[in-house]
Structures are given as C-alpha cells and as structure tokens.
Write a protein that binds this ligand. Structure first.
Ligand code: ATP
Length: 308
C-alpha cells in the first residue's frame, strides 16, 4: 500500500533522508519512531505530497507521489504535527469546511459529519468553538478532519504528542476502530512505548536512515539482545575505548561524562569474560555495570549507537 524506494531529501547541507526504503502492507498500523530530527516529518510530508524528494520514489496505492499527487491526495488523510488557529469556527463548521474542500455535496456532509464526531467522541462539542477545545480534543478533531473524504490511508504526524495519559488512551481506542475499518495507518512518534501497543509493525529511523523494522516483539527482542554496559575508570580511557571498539561483541562505544557506555550483544558469561579481560590487562576499573533503563531510554541509547 505504501512503498518508499531509496528516498533522499536534502535541505541545503542537511541530508534529512539518506536513501530510505520501506514497504507497508494494506491494513497495517505502522509506527514510525525516531528521535527529534530523524526525518519522520520529512518522510510523511513527502508521502502527503507536500514536499518533493531530492531523489527516490514514494508510492501510495501504486501511485507515485510526485507523478500522481491528485490521486495520492484522494487516497490519504494527513494530519500534520502542528495545529493552526481557527478563530470563530465551530467544530461542525470546521469539518464542513474541509468536506466542502473535497467537493463532498452538502447532503452527504450532513450525514458524514455527525458520524465522524461520534467516532472521535466529539459529538457533544459540535457547537463548540475549535479554539476552546483541549489539546486532546483538537487532536481528535484533526483525526476527524483527515477522515472526511473516507481515505484508505492515514498519515498521522506525532498525533499523541502533548497528550495526557487519558487522552492517549482515547486516541488509541479510536485508532483501533480505524484499524477495524481496514485503514492503513502510518503514525509517527519519538517515543517508542507510546506506539508499542497500537502498532502491528514498527520502523525505527535515525539520521535519515532506517535502523530496523519489525513487529513490536521482534523489536523487543533486538533491544533485549543488546545490553548497555557502563564502565568507569581511574584512568586509561583511550586504551579501553580502543580495546572495546575492536571487541567483536561490542556494537557501539561512547564516552559520556565520567563513564564509557558500550553496546554489548553477548551473553552474561561473555560479559564476565569481558570484565576479566579488562582486569587481566590491568585497567583500573572502578565500576562495571549493566545500565538500567526503561524501554524508552534503552531505545534512545541503541539508536544513538547505531546512527553514529
Ligand atoms: N524546511 C526545512 N529546512 C531545512 N532543514 C529542514 C527542514 N525540514 C527539516 N529539516 C531538517 O531535516 C532533518 C529532519 O527533520 P524532520 O522534521 O523530518 O525530523 P523529525 O524526525 O520529524 O523530527 P521531529 O520529531 O523533531 O519533528 C532535521 O535535521 C531538520 O532540521
């Protein structure tokens, strides 16, 4: 349903996307995760036909986004990460305005809009001014807006950002309903756990490149496979960093303040061996431990390690 082929995008000297390739099957809820500046919004804007790639191709439903933008726009509903201000527009009028933009006849709009407001739990706010809505309500209205023309594909840029836990649960429930309606949904976030429960598949992007793609189970496995070992020394930092860099089970090494953080893909026994090796060589190890962290922190460390 969605296909990216070697997509690149340059903004002057900044390479926002460096040859991104990805395929998303119909009916999938796909989570696009990465730290700030990873290239998520750039990718979604290209798919939404708002930005042209520097090279490469992007297809939705078989239509290439730069060659057939009109067909693509009919297929997609796009929710940007930023909401404008809508003085003096009521919730219902707001949706009616967007429906008119898609040339939906008045009679149909009168039928569709209450249904959409039911779907996003805003029917009780139909007469309220858009500006008076809470952030969570505005996000849900944004969702309703991109559903006005009944698109098959939804592209949602950071829809959960700035929402409190309850508003997030509500959003998740709506996405479940949309999934049951067989929509293909591409949703971005910089927080992995935020997407973990609602997505069938996750793609992690960093520095304009795809780091990994898989089901949440597969991603969890990868994360668990890789431990982060923290080492503190009295001295000899450079030598230890060099030794670790050439160690076959060490996947990344960096110095952070008064410690070294090393990505390690070995077993517990191999971890013991690594420590033994450091001791044997006489390095003054003050501390050697596995970094504790929640899913999010570990994810951030891994993406930093892989991207740099
Ligand atoms: N219009 C622009 N002009 C110049 N540089 C840009 C522009 N848009 C994006 N960039 C740069 O491209 C890179 C990717 O940005 P992008 O907004 O796609 O990242 P992101 O993953 O969506 O991050 P965030 O979560 O912060 O929105 C960044 O380095 C950003 O500064």
């Amino acid at each position: 349903m969605i296909k990216l082929e070697q997509l690149t995008k340059r903004f002057g000297k900044t390479e926002a996307l460096k040859g991104l390739s990805l395929e998303i099957q119909e009916g999938t809820v796909f989570g696009f995760v990465g730290p700030n500046g990873a290239g998520k919004s750039t990718t979604l804007s290209i798919l939404a036909t708002l930005l042209a790639p520097t090279s490469g191709k992007a297809f939705i439903g078989g239509f290439e986004v730069t060659e057939n933008p009109r067909e693509v726009r009919r297929l997609i509903g796009y929710m940007p990460d930023f909401f404008g201000v809508y003085d003096n527009l009521k919730v219902e009028e707001y949706l009616d305005f967007y429906g008119a933009n898609y040339d939906i006849p008045v009679r149909e709009r009168k039928e569709i809009i209450p249904k959409l407001l039911e779907l996003v739990n805003l029917i009780h706010k139909r007469e309220a001014y858009v500006d008076s809505l809470s952030r969570g309500m505005k996000q849900r209205l944004g969702l309703a807006r991109c559903l006005v023309h009944n698109p098959q594909v939804l592209i949602l840029d950071e829809p959960a950002s700035g929402l409190d836990p309850r508003a997030r649960v509500e959003l998740r429930e709506i996405l479940k309903e949309l999934r049951n309606m067989d929509k293909t949904i591409l949703i971005s976030s910089h927080i992995l756990p935020e997407l973990a429960e609602m997505c069938d598949q996750i793609g992690i992007i960093e520095g304009g490149e795809l780091v990994t793609v898989g089901t949440m189970e597969e991603i969890n496995l990868k994360i668990n496979e890789q431990k982060i070992i923290t080492i503190r020394l009295l001295n000899g930092w450079e030598e230890v960093i060099q030794m670790l860099s050439s160690h076959p089970l060490v996947t990344s090494v960096r110095r952070v303040d008064d410690r070294i953080e090393a990505g390690f893909s070995g077993s517990d026994a191999e971890q013991v061996q690594l420590l033994a090796e450091l001791m044997k060589r006489g390095y003054p190890v003050v501390a050697f431990s596995e970094a504790q962290g929640n899913l999010e922190e570990i994810f951030m460390k891994i993406t930093k390690g892989v991207g740099s």
